[in-house]
Design a binder for this molecule. Sequence first.
Ligand SMILES: *[C@@H]1O[C@H](CO)[C@@H](O)[C@H](O)[C@H]1NC(C)=O
Ligand SMILES: *[C@@H]1O[C@H](CO)[C@@H](O)[C@H](O)[C@H]1NC(C)=O
Ligand SMILES: [Zn+2]
Length: 452
Amino acid sequence: MLSGWIPLQLLLLVLLASGRVLQSEAASFCTKADQCAVGEEVNPAASVAQARYDHTRIYLVQLASEEHVRFFQALELASDSCSFMGHARVPGQKLTIMVTGSKVADFDDLVHSYNVTHRVLNYNFQALIDANYLEVAPETTPADQFDWKRYHPLESIYNWLENLAKQHPSVVTLVDLGSSTQGLPIKGVRLAFGRENVPSVFVESGIHAREWIAPATATYIIDQLLNSKDPEIREVARSQNWLIFPTVNPDGYRYTFVGDRMWRKNRALFGICRGVDLNRNFPFHWNVTGASGDPCRYDYSGPSAGSEVETQRIVQYLEQHSQAEKIKTFISLHSYSQMIMFPYGHTPDRVENYQDLKEIGQLAAQRIKDISGRIYKSGSIYETIYPSSGGSKDWAHGHLKIPITFSYELRGPSDSEDLFILSAREIEPTASEAFASLQTIVQEAGKRGYYN
Ligand SMILES: *[C@@H]1O[C@H](CO)[C@@H](O)[C@H](O)[C@H]1NC(C)=O
Ligand SMILES: *[C@@H]1O[C@H](CO)[C@@H](O)[C@H](O)[C@H]1NC(C)=O
Ligand SMILES: [Zn+2]
């Protein structure tokens, strides 16, 4: 089903069965082709080339002065051993930095020498990753055992979506946006409960590969929309059609299972490094701020606006369907930081319906606080998290004129000790509070006349 890896999987089986394959041959074969199957049992050699984070530390630093800002900007450019979550920008800012084991002594000395206020959030990141991989359901999990107590590989998610379309043919249609850079399909579903002339909600998730809670939340939302008996949810479900794509970066998502749990971008190859940050690649004020021109960096915006296959799939689909489907609401799911944000990211200028989006965002955040006590911040991207350009929702709002446009940063908090490695125990509470707040967004936008 996932064209691109099945033939290799079969080939590997044949090689293994013939008993002639050496460990090193299998490993280099697998790494070079970058096409290892997700299934661990068929491909033990895949683990040989997996990224490790043993003794990698996570630091939270607070920048006290302009001098600190310049210092950390220089450090980010100079050192491959420090991965920054965001960039150093302003005094007063807190910054999370992942420091590899070989750099720990040097880094710790530097923060002391420059009197940088700091806290070690984690002393051995690999332990967290190991625990997280134990929370992954087998790829062979049958669709009727799909759940939100574990994380699921791409193949299981797609099987589950296909099964839904078979089980509920009058409501669920499978939609394939087309294939990714490495030839995987970008699958999602359209849910329509049969009410005439309703607008649609588009949900995009998994654009950043390592943010596993996003696909888990998207599938939870699909399940609730289909199966919840709660009358309030049933009414919200029927008031819209739903276009939901849990994993719009399938190559990257697959790679987080077999290569590097911390991978973020797609897997396109550019010289010595791979990957474009797809959420910096959309053709709207592309590459003007908060993006890198270097393919080796985590926020590489790509060689040109909309250069990436995955971006093009989403752009083409929305350009062809946003009118016919009456898409009035666009949601993208990310982690972490607990935020509900609206456009723009590239400028502090306010969108025309800023006041409505601000109020709706605040009500959505309040809904979460009422449910779980979790604090979500709300505001425009530029004012809430950091300036960035080429994001999907800026394009959806600014170019396609979809009025209600929000992106979530799901759990954990912005000073999380776990970064993107959210325990599977938190899938259900995270997804259910996010879904409740999405209902608030739809209800509030409806009250304000956006769906008339
Ligand atoms: C760091 O603080 C110490 C003690 O307050 C002070 O003596 C030193 O000059 C400071 N170093 C820098 C680089 O600011
Ligand atoms: C994108 O912006 C960066 C940073 O300003 C710049 O170095 C790079 O050349 C730009 N990319 C392109 C293709 O213009
Ligand atoms: Zn993200």
